[in-house]
Ligand binder design. Structure first.
Ligand SMILES: [Zn+2]
Length: 266
């Protein structure tokens, strides 16, 4: 959503013009011109808001349709329902009856409400754009934490925490399938808190695995090994290659956390 509301200032010109014709001699012609202008004002505001929200042109939609689309996205807009009904009524009469003269009191009310309506609309849009920014920030944080979760799952898997990880792996899968766009900021906030707890737990598991053996709590050490491979006849074998191992393993039970092999052919 754009943060520039300058085009709304231009719309305020309609209000001035509608007032001007209203204040002039209150004959049928002037009152009808004033009505057209104030209706154009309301229609333009609704089109503008609707287009910003839906990101497409809403010019062809009726006032009621525009209002409905806006209300779905900005629930606060419901406050304007009575005013919108008045406008709809005025519109139907003036477009269908060339001799209809608007009620002076009612027209006065529509003109008087216009500035308030404009300010209300701009405030609603600003709030909804700030809310959008907040949600985007939250969504990024959630995505980051899902990434961290995946990262620690991978590390823990490499140190042999497979069984304990099942719970996290299925959670991570569900989180990845989740449509973040459909979530409200409140839900995103509580979800973020829960994922953060999981990430801390996963990190704790990993830190612990590096200090002690996950199988027997024995001491973890780094070791180098090598073995020579032979080929040729049984009674006269010849060395063909040597495999070097670099391991990180339990001193007590031999459980390997890391097993790096390199084979060098002679
Ligand atoms: Zn061990």
């Amino acid at each position: 959503m754009e943060s520039n509301f300058d085009d709304f200032k231009e719309l305020a010109e309609y209000i001035k013009l509608a007032s001007y014709f209203f204040e002039k001699e209150k004959n049928r012609k002037n009152l009808r011109i004033s009505t057209h202008l104030i209706l154009d004002f309301y229609k333009s505001v609704l089109s503008n808001v609707g287009s910003r929200i839906q990101e497409k042109n809403l010019e062809t939609k009726t006032i009621a349709q525009k209002f409905l689309l806006i209300r779905i996205n900005i629930p606060k807009f419901e406050e304007q329902e009575d005013l919108i009904k008045e406008i709809e009524g005025f519109r139907n009469k003036i477009y269908h009856n060339d001799f209809w003269v608007p009620d002076v009191q009612k027209l006065r009310k529509l003109i008087d409400h216009a500035t308030g309506f404009l300010n209300f609309t701009v405030t609603c849009l600003q709030e909804s754009s700030e809310r959008g920014k907040r949600i985007r920030k939250l969504k990024d944080k959630v995505k980051d934490e899902i990434y961290n979760m995946k990262f620690y799952i991978g590390l823990n898997e490499s140190v042999g925490y497979r069984i304990e990880l099942e719970e996290f792996v299925s959670k991570e899968k569900r989180l990845n399938e989740l449509d973040l766009a459909s979530l409200q900021d409140k839900n995103l906030q509580s979800m973020l808190a829960l994922i953060e707890i999981d990430v801390r737990r996963l990190k704790g598991m990993y830190d612990k695995a590096w200090i002690t053996c996950p199988k027997c709590n024995g001491k973890i050490v780094q070791k180098s090994h090598s073995s020579t491979n032979y080929a040729g006849p049984y009674d006269d074998p010849e060395p063909v290659s040597t495999t070097y191992f670099e391991t990180v393993e339990c001193e007590k039970c031999g459980f390997r956390l890391v097993d790096e092999q390199e084979t060098i052919y002679i």
